[in-house]
Design a protein around this ligand. Structure first.
Ligand SMILES: Cc1ncc(C[n+]2csc(CCOP(=O)(O)OP(=O)(O)O)c2C)c(N)n1
Ligand code: SF4
Ligand SMILES: [Mg+2]
Length: 351
């Protein structure tokens, strides 16, 4: 990998957030991706969301697989913990890290190849187990890093840069996440930061498996006529189900919503996701209705974006397993390794 460190100085008048950091403190190294790649816009949205939410960078663990998308954690949150895993294996490493220390914010960054092709099994199990994480797929429909082969999310009938037609059915990660039990499911577009930043903030505030599929055009291999993941196609077919405001705990609420037009989804940390409905028949709190609505729009060729589903009282993996609240690295030795007699008692209880 090529690394270009950013200069550390910044303008003295840059605004600091409530924990004393400027936006620059949430940046990483200089990106080596192609100019115009959607993935860089997603990095910028993550930086903005974390700065605005006053997150301390050292409280974040960012994990990824392999791909242009999976390289991006190097370009944001340079002071956070990071782990570039093997292709398609980010979810299991994230699950293990999360089980060992629930005190960090887990941010999984992946690609459509990484999560829908080689890593589909891993993706599925992380969703169904309810791992408390923000899982972002930067979806361009191709394997960008290995020069633009169709990935499993490429739509049937879409055309490659060299004119080859894709005959396979696409894997719809949003549909899968909904079916598998993810408790926060959204789709964004790298070209719509206004929508993406609150979607990321809501995912961070959510306590459970939060998944965001972000359509993120690959300008080098998949941004031509005939592609359904190009900037033009998504702009022309983007169907947002709602407009989203993220209202942090204690923030002033200026406008009062008109009844029936907005839905307030309270988050466990006291913040509120306020959705201004654009589709009267979309209910983001009803999983089956959300699945039906999304599929009906997708069948018409629309790229459905927004917060598609959120379960306010979600249960995460720690709650389900009843694990110890203290991170394992903070437990004394006698708790982590209680000895042969304790093991014998456990074994006896299972006989
Ligand atoms: C086990 C394994 N198989 C194949 C590869 C080759 N490989 C590297 S990245 C990649 C695809 C990346 O596609 P995606 O996840 O969509 O990321 P993008 O580059 O499009 O952002 C492949 C097949 C690899 N590195 N490791
Ligand atoms: S090859 Fe595509 S996905 Fe990779 S950096 Fe370039 S534009 Fe982005
Ligand atoms: Mg890709």
């Amino acid at each position: 990998m090529t690394y270009i460190a950013k200069p550390r100085f910044h303008h003295p008048s840059l605004q600091a957030n409530a924990v004393g950091y400027t936006r620059r403190d949430y940046e990483g190294k200089i990106s080596t991706l192609c100019a115009g790649c959607g993935h860089d816009s997603i990095s910028a949205a993550i930086i903005q969301a974390c700065w605005e939410l006053d997150i301390q960078p050292h409280r974040v663990a960012k994990l990824s697989g392999i791909g242009c998308s999976s390289k991006t954690p190097d370009y944001f949150l340079g002071a956070s913990h990071g782990f570039n895993t093997v292709h398609g294996r980010m979810p299991s490493v994230l699950t293990g890290a999360n089980l060992a220390n629930r005190d960090l914010l887990y941010l999984g960054v992946s690609g459509d190849g990484d999560s829908a092709s080689i890593g589909l099994g891993q993706f599925a199990h992380a969703m169904r187990r309810g791992v408390n994480m923000v899982y972002i797929v930067e979806n361009n429909g191709v394997y960008g890093l290995t020069k633009g082969q169709f990935s499993a999310t490429a739509d049937r009938g879409s055309k490659s840069k060299k004119g080859v037609i894709n005959h396979d059915s696409p894997v719809d990660l949003v549909g899968l996440a909904l079916q598998l039990g993810a408790t926060y499911v959204a789709r964004g577009f790298s070209g719509d930061k206004e929508q993406l930043v609150p979607l990321i903030k809501g995912a961070i505030a959510h306590q459970g498996a939060a998944f965001i599929d972000v359509v993120s055009p690959c300008v080098t291999f998949n941004n031509h006529a005939g592609s359904t993941k190009s900037y033009d196609y998504v702009r022309e077919h983007n169907e947002a189900v709602s407009r989203i405001d993220f209202i942090a705990l204690g923030a002033e609420i200026t406008a009062s919503p008109a009844p029936g037009e907005t839905i307030d989804l309270p988050q466990p940390d006291g913040s509120i996701m306020r959705l201004r409905k654009l589709h009267a028949d979309h209910d983001p709190t009803d999983r089956v209705a959300a699945m039906n609505h999304v599929q009906a729009l997708q069948a018409k060729g629309e790229v459905v974006t927004g917060l598609l589903y959120a379960e306010p009282d979600a249960q995460d993996l720690h709650e389900a397993l009843g694990t110890c609240a203290t991170p394992l690295n903070a437990l004394p030795q006698e708790k982590v390794c209680p000895g042969a007699a304790a093991l014998e008692r456990i074994n006896a209880g299972l006989r």
